[in-house]
Design a protein around this ligand. Structure first.
Ligand code: FES
Length: 600
């Protein structure tokens, strides 16, 4: 961090918050709110005289309330820049009548109460999102007694307690009597791997963090009795299994099972009841101290940043990468990358690896000095555009601007356009053309595929990234599915225009399928949400026209779901056999009448 602070080509904004981001790859305008420090960071030498003079005492957040700090303080020992800051909501004020003691104590005269928050706009080419994580709050788990018993600590509090720079200078002291405990228990998976409390995912770091803590304890206090209560130990990194075995060899007792209750006796010792699932017995342990190995969750700012940057989140609330295998550090929006726990729980080594990959990906775009865009982008047919603004509303990348008031035609920023085609499908005036997936091209495909014996065919639209790949997977896996399926590939299911579906039915298709990535997995942020809405709208219209809406199917099939693809096709074939030639003929005549304006 110190190197970052000194690097001539890195501008470090501390105490700052991103409030808005506009633009696209190569030209993002980032608005930053820099909070006032009330101390001149260039002049401050962090001598600490101001802090000594300050009469306000508050719990120190860095030490999780295990120690105190003043209203003027350094957030933590290695903070960059090495300068003090004033928490203005806690400060008594600089008027000498009220306080102003820090101003008097500072020889360098670096305290400036006239500082105010600043809004700064930076233009950048790429963005790396590295917003970190938050620890699970264990207060809801009453059975572990975190809120009732002082000798029950979280893994973070324990970390601070045994840290040489921590509140006890590294001394292991029990909070209640300040004596070194003779026995300590660790409870794993607190807030992780539970569908009812905390998160259902594994937090990745807790097992190794506990193993590390047991090794540190055994090194300093060889006679200490350590119990670890666990579901299973996940020591899957390089050298991790060795550490686990070393911990066991040093006498750490690993008990398979999570405690059901924790009680406290008159001496403030803890009684832990656990069902040992290895022996099948109920066991009770008396311990001096208990540590809850906390799970991790996304940082609080994640959702706000997701809205500002127009990114996608996983159901767990972490940022979603563009592709889990091929683009693991890229966001779906070009020019934005992820590093560290913003994308999912990971340890230091993985975070550093990902950060290196993210910066290399960013440099790859920027070093050229120009951006080459994909040819699959949308184009406005200016003569047809009525400036309604629908395209701008549905574009997941905010790549289209329309001046609705001035009635100027829409403008596509091709550098920001990713080519999903949702705008073209949603435009009510057919005023947008999707290069390489034009309306004519797709209509021609529909007509050609249904030219002969259309009543025997199933017409399927499949998105390039998931469903089409799922069909491919079914093929290479030699899975059997009806041979009468005719697939039309689009980049995203969002491109499937209402007209394509009507054309399919008009040409005699008994069944039409629209398929794409699962909701939340669309490669164009949330374009398939519009697909879902559109299909629903068409089904309603079908009902109104007296057509069976189930003849239009929507299925989410991922690239790995070859089996599901084959299953869906078999189901569609069953559906197809239920559509009679009379029904098809009736549909065709209704749709032809509709075309001529005879029906709504
Ligand atoms: Fe598959 Fe959007 S990319 S549905």
């Amino acid at each position: 961090m110190t190197d970052v602070g000194r690097h001539p080509k890195i501008t470090l904004y501390t105490m700052s918050e991103v409030v808005d981001v506009k633009g696209y790859v190569g030209s993002f305008d980032v608005s930053i709110l820099k909070k006032a420090r009330y101390v001149n960071e260039k002049e401050c030498t962090a001598c600490g005289e101001c802090s000594k003079a300050c009469p306000v005492v508050r719990p120190d957040e860095f030490n999780l309330g295990l120690s105190s700090r003043k209203a003027i303080y350094s957030p933590f020992p290695q903070a960059v820049p090495s300068a003090y800051t004033i928490n203005i909501s806690e400060c008594l004020g600089h008027n000498p009548v009220v306080c102003g003691k820090c101003v008097e104590a500072c020889d360098k005269k670096c305290i400036d109460f006239h500082m105010s928050d600043q809004e700064i706009v930076e233009r950048v080419g790429t963005i790396v999102v590295a917003t970190g994580l938050e620890a699970y709050d264990p207060t809801e788990l009453d059975e572990y007694g975190y809120t009732r018993f002082e000798n029950v600590l979280t893994s973070l509090e324990f970390e601070r307690l045994i840290n040489a720079g921590g509140p006890t200078g590294g001394g292991l002291l029990r909070p209640t009597d300040r004596k070194t405990p003779r026995s300590i228990g660790f409870i794993q998976c607190v807030g992780s791997r539970s569908s009812s409390r905390g998160a259902s995912y594994c937090s990745n770091i807790c097992c190794m963090n506990t193993i590390k803590s047991t090794l540190v304890l055994k090194e300093h206090f060889p006679d200490i009795d350590i119990k670890v209560f666990y579901l299973d130990i996940r020591a899957f990194g390089k050298g991790f299994e060795d550490l686990y075995m070393r911990s066991r060899r040093l006498g750490v007792h690993y008990i398979r099972g999570l405690p059901g209750t924790v009680e406290e006796d008159g001496n403030r010792n803890l009684k832990v009841s656990v069902e040992n699932t290895a022996s099948g017995k109920l066991e009770i342990y008396n311990l001096d101290m208990l540590v809850l190995a906390l799970g991790i969750k996304p940082a609080q700012s994640t959702r706000r940043l997701q809205e500002i940057l127009g990114l996608q989140l996983t159901p767990d609330g972490f940022f979603l990468e563009a592709h889990p295998k091929l683009q693991p550090v890229d966001a779906a929006t070009r020019g934005i990358f992820y590093a560290g726990c913003a994308e999912g729980p990971k340890d230091i080594k993985e975070s550093v690896t990902q950060a290196s990959a993210a910066s290399a990906r960013a440099i790859r775009i920027m070093y050229k000095g120009h951006i080459s865009s994909e040819p699959i982008t949308s184009e406005i047919i200016v003569e047809k555009c009525k400036s309604c603004g629908r395209c701008a509303e549905v574009c997941p990348y905010k790549a289209i601007t329309v001046d609705v008031k001035k009635k100027n035609p829409a403008v596509v920023n091709t550098a920001a356009c990713a080519g999903c085609g949702t705008c073209a499908a949603e435009c009510p005036f057919d005023a947008i053309e999707m290069n390489h997936f034009t309306t004519n091209q797709i209509m021609e495909q529909v007509d050609t595929l249904l030219e002969e014996r259309p009543g025997e065919k199933i017409l399927a639209f499949a998105c390039n990234w998931c469903s089409y790949a799922g069909a491919d997977y079914a093929g290479v896996s030699r899975l059997q599915y009806p041979p009468n399926v005719r697939i039309i590939r689009t980049m995203c299911s969002g491109r499937v225009d209402e007209d394509f579906i009507w054309e399919g039915f008009r040409k005699g298709a008994p069944v039409v399928l629209v398929s794409g990535c699962h909701i939340g997995d669309c490669h164009y942020i949330n374009a398939n949400h519009w697909t879902e809405k559109r299909v629903e709208k068409i089904r309603k219209k079908m009902t109104k026209l007296g057509l069976r809406p189930e003849r239009l199917q929507l299925a989410w099939i991922s690239a790995a779901e070859g089996v599901r693809f084959a299953k869906v096709m078999k189901e569609l074939e069953e559906l197809r056999t239920g559509v009679t030639p009379e029904e098809i003929g009736h549909t065709i005549s209704i749709l032809q009448d509709r075309e001529k304006g005879k029906t709504p």
